[in-house]
Design a protein around this ligand. Structure first.
Ligand code: XBP
Ligand code: MG
Length: 261
């Protein structure tokens, strides 16, 4: 089966958006609403287990005050907070608060030249994806991605497989035609549950995640200045991930176990 598409996660994979983008945006939104809530970097690491900003706020609120969080007006307040948060995130990204991780632009450009389809599968708001692409690759790069599965496009967020299934459906591809690039256990579980082989490029918040089977478990994609390192096929691996390498991993993953051995 030929590799035809790369499906990219966004937060943590394309860029280290969580600490420098999302976290300050949540805290600014809380302050805007006059709430005495403040998430520090380490608390936020724990809260990241809950995917989706609205879901994360609801989870936090339930822990503080279950009755208020269950009141009929709570959903509206969470929606308002999240809209404020999304606006703050956009402003920060426009001001250059986040950059692409090393190697991301290189692999995207090479994949396009090689005729691979690019797509996105993320739990973050679709507006955040647009802002990030515009700020880091330029608005014309929005067209690079054939399909963007983001935010509430599916009701169940990662680790459910739904967003990856939705993206594959839109692309009219099967899971065996593609591979997912993810940074976290939650994201990898989502992609795997959709049947996709996964390349893991761990990020700041996911360095210690316990992750199931992946094609390679690396600390990034690697650049000219700094190779990526980690484990692939049970052996240490170092280098720059490129499309040839992705094709080799993809082919190996699809080979029956008896042939692989
Ligand atoms: C990570 C998430 C997102 C962001 C916040 O998404 O869980 O919820 O933390 O974004 P992924 P929103 O790794 O799948 O890209 O507030 O827009 O949900
Ligand atoms: Mg992620």
């Amino acid at each position: 089966m030929t590799l035809r598409a790369l499906i990219w996660d966004v937060d943590g994979t394309l860029a280290e958006t969580e600490r420098d983008g999302h976290l300050p945006a949540f805290n600014r939104a809380f302050a805007d609403e006059g709430l005495p809530w403040h998430w520090d970097a380490s608390l936020y690491g724990e809260l990241l287990r809950i995917t989706g900003g609205k879901e994360r706020i609801a989870h936090w609120w339930r822990g503080l005050d279950p009755a208020a969080a269950a009141a009929p007006e709570a959903a509206g307040r969470i929606q308002r907070l999240h809209e404020r948060k999304t606006a703050h995130y956009a402003q920060a990204v426009r001001q250059g608060a986040v950059q692409l991780r090393p190697g991301v632009r290189r692999v995207l450009v090479e994949a396009r030249l090689r005729g691979l389809t690019l797509a996105i599968a993320t739990t973050t708001h679709e507006a955040n994806v647009r802002e990030l692409i515009d700020a880091t690759l330029g608005p014309s790069a929005r067209d690079w991605f054939t399909v963007v599965g983001a935010g509430d496009v599916v009701p169940r967020k990662k680790p459910a497989p739904d967003v990856y299934c939705w993206v594959l459906e839109q692309l009219r591809l099967t899971a065996q035609d593609a591979l997912a690039i993810e940074d976290s256990a939650v994201g990898a579980a989502s992609a795997r549950a959709a049947g996709l082989p996964v390349l893991l490029t761990r990020s700041l918040y996911t360095a210690a995640d316990r992750v199931g089977e992946v094609l390679a478990d690396l600390d990034g994609l690697g650049s000219d200045d700094r190779f990526a390192s980690g484990v692939a096929g049970g052996a240490p691996w170092q280098g720059r991930v490129d499309v040839d390498q992705l094709e080799r991993w993809h082919a190996a993953a699809l080979r029956p176990a008896a042939v692989r051995a």
